[in-house]
Design a protein around this ligand. Structure first.
Ligand code: PMP
Length: 422
């Protein structure tokens, strides 16, 4: 927090950006670089509590990004932090895992419907890479099928950017279109006897395009293609895991994968990921060499045990669905009243909000988010947002008060437009 005795026109955020620009390439790396967000979005944060985050200049926001997914029970959830701190006080890294590893593995197997076993890593990219490695070990095959535009991690085999990636890294990667059975079957046929795995995300959440829930026929076709060819069905539940369904995101469709990757929300912000699998792949999972210096540390696992127990206890997914529906309905009502039309897609707990008729740069979305930010609500207009169980009715209603005023400010500047989003 700034000292009240130091007067300066330069924000602490700007001072940190200037310092970072000298010692961090580009001033910040990766997806938390705010360059693509509307002007005024802070780059640096000081703290979080419940559904709120506070930036380094002391501005507090109702947070609809939840650290881009990891925060699912609200920032600094007491039970989670207590469990993590208790383990950390006993040792952060030891010569082997702690008791928590077994407790968490048992909990994952009891919670995730298809899981007979689990392995822990740190990031979603680790977990997805482990899935693919186990699938290749189990089948002795090479081809991995993924949906076009899907994100599976920041590693050469699947990174959305080809900068610094060789074509050899991608030799055995093939694409199909999400929810398109014909394109899926064409890719399966092309992979032929070399098909190791089909990877699907929980729903279609490509960057900056409307989100799509999986169609039941498509989910069935993915399962059937794997059953017929012996390929491994992998659900990337890194982003959606435990936000939509504690048993796995495709449980509602009645389709179970062979392996899944979880990360983001499983430890309410503590760095952890998990691969779950069925017995058929137990031996392969045992045969591959997957490891990391920090993959066994106990504090994050203690946090995960507390997080999953709490989500189970309060039926977290139902609460987030309800909160997201309240936000969605409120925004729709406000948009109509102010002469705009919204295109709200994806699950309510992970909403993407776009303006019908917006231009390619999403200028209306940009302006709206900027107005909301100035009124204390942190939104994102090109990436799905995230609800947490700390988004109570009162927090949603406070956020809606602010967005109502943001719509009013927007309508003064821009005429309402019609037509589908471009
Ligand atoms: N898969 C999906 C669907 C994701 O959303 C992400 C992270 N945004 C990843 C994989 C990679 O996870 P991480 O950033 O933890 O490596």
């Amino acid at each position: 927090m700034n000292s009240p005795f130091v007067q300066s026109n330069v924000s602490r955020d700007q001072t940190l950006r200037d310092r970072a620009a000298r010692v961090i390439p580009g001033g910040m790396w990766g997806h938390q670089q705010v360059g693509a967000l509307p002007k005024g979005y802070p780059q640096f944060f000081a703290s979080g509590s419940g559904a709120r985050v506070t930036d380094v200049d002391g501005h507090e926001y109702i947070d609809f990004m939840c650290a881009w997914g990891p925060i699912i029970l609200g920032h600094r959830h007491a039970r989670v932090e207590e469990a993590a701190n208790a383990q950390a006080l006993l040792g952060v890294c030891l010569d082997g895992p702690t008791e928590n590893a077994v407790e968490l593995a048992e909990l994952m197997v009891a919670t995730v419907a298809h899981a007979d076993w689990t392995l822990f890593q740190k990031n979603g990219s680790d977990a997805m890479t482990t899935c693919v490695t186990v699938a290749r070990a189990a089948t002795g095959r090479r081809k991995i099928l993924i949906a076009k535009g899907a994100y599976h991690g920041a590693v050469p085999w699947c990174s959305p950017s080809l900068v610094g990636v060789t074509s050899e890294d991608r030799t055995h990667l093939m694409h199909f279109t999400y929810n398109d059975i014909e394109s899926l079957n064409a890719a399966v046929a092309e992979a032929g006897e070399d098909l190791a795995a089909i990877v699907v995300s929980a729903f279609r959440h490509d960057l900056a395009v409307p989100q799509e829930l999986p169609e039941a026929g498509f989910a069935k076709a993915v399962r059937a293609a794997c059953d017929e060819t012996g390929g491994v069905m992998i659900v990337d539940d890194v982003r959606a895991g435990f936000r939509l369904n504690m048993g796995g995101s495709w449980e509602v469709l009645g389709i179970r994968p062979d392996m899944s990757a979880f990360s983001k929300a499983i430890a309410n912000g503590h760095a952890l990921s998990a691969v779950t699998g069925t017995d058929r792949f137990r031996e392969a999972a045992n045969s591959v060499f997957v490891t990391g210096s920090f993959w066994y540390s106990g504090a994050q696992m203690a946090a995960a045990v507390a997080t999953i127990n709490e989500l189970n206890r309060i039926d977290g997914p139902a609460l987030m669905q309800r909160a997201g529906q309240r936000l969605r309905d409120g925004l729709d009502e406000q948009a109509t009243r102010h002469g705009f039309e919204l295109h709200q897609t994806g699950p309510c707990a992970m909403p993407l909000v776009q303006f019908v008729g917006d231009d390619k740069q999403a200028s209306l979305g940009d302006a709206f988010c900027g107005e909301a930010l100035r009124r204390g609500v942190y939104l994102h207009h090109k990436h799905n947002m995230f609800l947490s169980t700390a988004h109570t009715d009162a927090e949603i209603d406070r956020a809606l008060d602010a967005t109502d005023s943001a719509f009013a400010a927007l309508s003064k500047h821009r005429p309402a437009k019609t037509g589908a989003p471009e």
